[in-house]
Structure formats: structure tokens, C-alpha cells
Design a protein. Structure first.
Length: 130
């Protein structure tokens, strides 16, 4: 029993690793961040381009859809937001979290939809709020 509990608390990430993350205040913005602290499977991340303000860090779960491997934004066509240094994304590449750590949301995962679904203007959709 205790071994299973211990295994379930092991995190796939390490302190000091870099990743790309969706900005918590602007959901259309991607920023680079560094993992500052880990408790269980919760990651305390700090934006690379920010200071030590409370607005420049936050906690998220390692399985969050808001975190991605370095290079994800470029692959999907999103720009990286970096107000202080245009090279912030390149600097973070030095200790990037491995893509294998992003188990649930790996690049290239296909979503299977029913073939007969046709969306039209005015239809209602159910979405998840990140």
C-alpha cells in the first residue's frame, strides 16, 4: 500500500526545468517558465521573463493542459510572450523538461471525433475553462 502511495506522488518533472506555459491572466499568451518548487505532483512555476511578484508565478498540476514542452508554441504557431528579453525562450532551452514528462498532452496526439459532426454558426458547444 505505502509503495503505491509513494509511486503516485512521484513527479515526472524536476526543480529547475523549463517549460512553456499559458499565462494565467491572459489565456491566449504563451510564456516560458522555470519550475521553482515541487510538492507531490504540484509544480510551482515562475515566468522566465518576470520578477518575484505574486503575479509572476503560480501553482499547477503536472498533468495540467496549461503546460507544454519547450518548442511547443513554435510547432503549433503561437508566439512566445517575452517583455524583457526576446531570447527568453532560447535561454530556457538549456534545462528543458523532457517531452516524455508531458504524458497526457504530447504533441501529435489526435482527437477522435464522430465523423458525422458538422458545426454551424449559432450552435452551442460545451468547453472546459482552463
Amino acid at each position: 500500500f505505502f509503495l503505491k502511495v509513494s509511486d503516485s506522488l512521484k513527479c515526472r518533472f524536476s526543480v529547475g526545468q523549463s517549460l512553456e506555459i499559458i499565462d494565467k491572466t491572459r489565456l491566449s499568451v504563451i510564456r516560458t517558465a522555470i519550475i521553482r518548487e515541487i510538492i507531490g505532483k504540484r509544480l510551482h512555476v515562475v515566468y522566465n521573463d518576470g520578477g518575484d511578484d505574486d503575479d509572476e508565478d503560480y501553482w499547477c498540476h503536472e498533468d495540467s493542459a496549461n503546460i507544454h514542452p519547450i518548442g511547443w508554441a513554435a510547432k503549433v504557431g503561437h508566439p512566445i510572450y517575452s517583455p524583457h528579453s526576446p531570447r527568453a525562450a532560447k535561454k530556457s532551452d538549456l534545462n528543458a523538461a523532457p517531452e516524455s514528462a508531458f504524458k497526457l498532452y504530447q504533441i501529435g496526439t489526435n482527437v477522435n471525433l464522430e465523423k458525422n459532426i458538422e458545426l454551424e454558426v449559432g450552435m452551442k458547444l460545451e468547453v472546459l475553462d482552463p
